[in-house]
Design a protein around this ligand. Structure first.
Ligand code: HDE
Length: 723
């Protein structure tokens, strides 16, 4: 094949090095001129006016003035990392995509996680959908799976996207609230949009407040196609399953973390990768052979529907590892341009109308955000595969094309690149298409509540309780009563008990029909309603299932302490050997520990150093708490309200707590300790994941096992403790 080389396929590192200006060891301006003075502008006399001639000042200020580019209209706040993807075994049976065929090949990836509604400076832990955008630099060009951490979406048709986003963004008259859906315009829109109900259930669930990027599932959401070398097509859904399991925060934590560390998620990813602990996911696929899709009572083209895992199992096919932090946030994370149209031969689109609309949107948005069609030449966007075509010029052209041929057909210079007509080239799946030009929604998209019920039915009791509380919080912030009432009407379509429970907090009575014992069909008390909460509602558009696995976060998660962060509470006089023992036990499991003390640095002559203090951190930033012995240390901490609150709060949030030797005295001095006394004391606490023991080694083992359980939902005094 004749080549019209533009240097794109060359060594990416070399290109990156050329793109940075850090090679000179002296200061220069952007034209490479050595700069003699970067402290003072050029002026007429020491106290005179600044001279227009000062090109160094002008260039520096002008560059600064243009430093910001428009933030993403959605998904503005994000963080990203580099890594690689490897398929476990060849999927050639289903797809000719090379990236899914050779298990020995590591395909470089760049993955950006984001929240949707908040602006760039908003907090990481807002209740929101998370973006999960993967760019794979494959040998056949870039493949982007621009997904979310929730497998369905709010709307069925792209034409509604601007309405949805206008409704959820801060209200236009006063720009309130930031990064929050709890306001009138959002629920005005949602209450009038039944197709959003399934997604709303997910967004009100624990999924919308993930513990970490590493404990989030990812989903391609839309139905795509896999096409093999023979041209056979399977419909496919892509999944990313976190190796550490999927875990979430509790709402009280999410709210407090937003204040204590707005960068909680991005910091955790950065630190973990810096410490050599990568973030990992397995790729899963669900497949439906082309032609068999009509046997289900949901439409595979409808992005408000998932494929229940009990019906169509997820097959694990590969692994993605994120092990390198970006060098520069702006150049990489901010300038990365994901596009749903970035697919490779062997993968194809479906007719999902949301996906079809996205296929227009992403290129358009990159042109506006990055300012030029040459955004694809930026180091982070440039494919590793060679680029060879007749496109030329435009703003900020980086490539220096050689020769005079930039058209085809051409004979001059032998330079016009040939199309790849062989199997290697991208060929759309030749689906039969005919029909009238219409603006209609297919009737097969018509069921809006069945899968919302499937989700509700599949939740564990504690998850249902969280959904109810989230809706109580959100809807109580809606000022217009009509909207609140309309929302209760929608919720009642999903599950009457859910609606009644939410209604209690809004001062509204909701009819609960046949399910209540009351002759008038209403339920009056929370207890009465809660007693009904676990009855399943019949579903539709769910393949005949009433519930399915794969939806509850309380089921089937791997139990591991890896990646968890533990606070060790210590003061002068702390028993250093006990600190060391627990640090060793945690490190052996891949968990991290920090010593939290009354001040930073050496704690007296104990040999232990505090890296965090009660002033700069709280229990919400950790997964578990350990209190080592040392009489003086414990005596000092007992007098500190912050130390006692640390433990009470961790208890309330269901986190593992352990104390060795005198450390137990601190636990018993907390509010929780007071409740426990007289109620079985230490024995009763142990069942609730509060471990008090004199035997340090055994305790460390039990503690690690308790951390792996993630949360103890059986905390008897959780509601009573005030923290
Ligand atoms: Fe996006 N979306 N989206 N979206 N989306 C953008 O592209 C859009 C949708 C998603 O980390 C924008 O580069 C339309 C679904 C992610 O850089 C924009 C529709 C899903 C990211 C855009 C959708 C997503 C975006 C804004 C309805 C999950 C961040 C900036 C048809 C499957 C990527 C940008 C990153 C970003 C448009 C719906 C995921 C405006 C029109 C469904 C993860 O092009």
């Amino acid at each position: 094949m004749a080549k019209n080389s533009n240097g794109n396929g060359q060594n990416k590192d070399q290109d990156l090095a050329r793109a940075t200006s850090e090679s000179a060891n002296y200061l220069t301006d952007n034209q490479g001129h050595p700069v003699g003075d970067d402290q003072n502008s050029l002026r007429a006399g020491p106290r005179g006016p600044t001279l227009l001639e000062d090109y160094i000042l002008r260039e520096k200020i002008q560059h600064f003035d243009h430093e910001r580019i428009p933030e993403r209209v959605v998904h503005a706040r994000g963080a990203a990392a580099h890594g690689y993807f490897q398929v476990y075994e060849s999927l050639a049976e289903y797809t000719s995509a090379k990236v899914l065929q050779d298990p020995s090949k590591k395909t470089p990836v760049f993955v950006r996680f984001s929240t949707v509604a908040g602006s760039r400076g908003s907090a990481d832990t807002a209740r929101d959908v998370r973006g999960f955008a993967v760019k794979m630099y494959t040998e056949d060009g870039n493949w982007d799976i621009v997904g979310n951490n929730i497998p369905v979406f709010f709307i069925q048709d792209a034409i509604k996207f601007p309405d949805l986003i206008h409704a959820v963004k801060p209200e236009p008259h006063n720009e309130i609230p930031q990064a929050a859906s709890a306001h009138d315009t959002f629920y005005d829109f949602i209450s009038l949009t039944p197709e959003s109900m399934h997604m709303l259930m997910w967004v009100m669930s624990d999924r919308a407040i993930p513990r970490s990027f590493a404990t989030m599932e990812g989903f391609g959401v839309h139905t795509f196609r896999l096409i093999n070398a023979q041209g056979t097509s399977h419909f496919v859904k892509f999944h990313w399953k976190p190796v550490l399991g999927a875990h979430s925060l509790v709402w009280d934590e999410a709210v407090k973390i937003a204040g204590q560390d707005a960068d909680f998620h991005r910091r955790a990813m950065w630190e973990s990768i810096e410490q050599g602990t990568p973030f990992e996911w397995e790729m899963g696929i669900q497949l439906i052979p082309e032609g068999e899709e009509s046997k289900y009572d949901f439409d595979v083209l409808d992005a408000t529907k998932l494929w229940p895992e009990d019906l169509i199992p997820v097959r694990i096919v590969g692994k993605m590892t994120l092990d390198r932090n970006p060098d520069n946030y702006f150049a990489e994370t901010e300038q990365v341009a994901f596009m749903t149209t970035n697919i490779v031969p062997g993968i194809d689109f479906s007719n999902d109308p949301l996906l079809q609309g996205r296929n227009f949107s992403y290129l358009d948005t990159q042109l506006s955000r990055l300012g030029s069609p040459n955004f694809s030449e930026l180091p982070i966007n440039r494919p590793l595969a060679q680029v060879s075509n007749n496109q030329r010029d435009a703003h900020m052209r980086y490539t220096i094309n050689k020769g005079r041929v930039s058209y085809a057909p051409a004979t001059l210079d032998g330079h016009s690149p040939d199309e790849t007509t062989s199997a290697r080239g991208f060929h759309s799946y030749p689906q039969d298409v005919s029909g009238q030009k219409v603006r209609v929604r297919s009737e097969s998209f018509g069921d809006h509540y069945g899968q919302a019920r499937l989700f509700w039915n599949s939740m564990a009791p504690v998850e249902k309780e969280h959904i109810v509380k989230a809706l109580q919080f959100e809807l109580s912030k809606v000022e217009t009563r009509d909207i609140r009432v309309r929302m209760l009407g929608q919720l009642a379509q999903i599950n009457e008990v859910l609606a009644a429970q939410v209604g209690l907090a809004l001062g509204e009575k909701v009819q609960t029909g046949a399910k209540t014992a009351k002759p008038n069909g209403t339920a009056d008390s929370a207890d009465e309603i809660a007693a009904l909460a676990n009855a399943s509602s019949p579903t539709s558009a769910s393949g005949g299932l009433e519930r399915t696995s794969g939806l509850s976060l309380e089921e089937g998660q791997p139990q591991t302490a890896k990646g968890r962060k533990v606070a060790i509470l210590a003061a002068p006089g702390v028993a250093a050997a006990q600190v060391q023992a627990v640090q060793d036990a945690l490190a052996a499991e891949g968990a991290m520990a920090e010593v939290v003390g009354p001040y930073l640095g050496a704690l007296g002559d104990s040999g232990v150093e505090a890296t965090k203090t009660f002033a700069n951190s709280g229990s919400v930033l950790f997964d578990a708490v350990y209190v080592p012995g040392g009489a003086a240390s414990v005596a000092m901490l007992q007098k500190q309200g912050d130390a006692r609150k640390f433990i009470d709060e961790a208890y309330k949030h269901g986190k593992a707590i352990a104390a060795s030797a005198e450390g137990a005295d601190l636990v018993m001095a907390t509010e929780l300790g007071r409740f426990a006394q007289g109620n079985g004391g230490a024995g009763a606490l142990a069942e609730q994941g509060v471990l008090l023991s004199k035997d340090g080694a055994a305790l460390a083992r039990q503690f690690v096992a308790a951390i792996a359980q993630h949360r103890f939902r059986n905390r008897a005094y959780a509601e009573m403790v005030a923290a």
